[in-house]
Ligand binder design. Sequence first.
Ligand SMILES: [Zn+2]
Length: 179
Amino acid sequence: MPHLNPYLHHPPKHSHITMIKVGLGQDSHRFDLDNPSKPLVLAGIEIKDGTPGLLGNSDADVVLHALTNAISGVSGTNILGKVSDELCQQGHTNSSVYLKHALHSLRNLEVQHVSVSLECQRPKISPHIGAMKQNLAHLLSLRLTDIGITATSGEGLTAFGRGEGIQALVIVTVGNRID
Ligand SMILES: [Zn+2]
């Protein structure tokens, strides 16, 4: 019987091992119906179709928050909560700042792929997917082909599907930086 695994008796040297980790993040916000001047921001893109903004101390960017949580799921360093609250009190309400802190916590690992899944009845996501991908590619130094964004209304079964807010789920794949 030939050995199917060529490394069984001669394991690869440490420098050849590529480590892959996967992180899951989730976030949700309800619409801020009492603040009509608050913009709706998703993945750093302002959505100007009349949909209300989301309730929260920051810009309440539910996509960047779920992405930040997904990265924390890999690094083990939580950013949303205590750290983001402090940053918010210092005047940092742009959620890309929280994302940058999460990326920094990855140290010598880098994000290689992002998958975003949104649940909402409004806004209609498909017209904005191109711009959202462009900005995520910019924030994460990724190619557009390394980012996927899908959206569903979930047939109105949840508060998100009934138009009361937005839920985002994000999975990130993170690996060794190859120099
Ligand atoms: Zn949030």
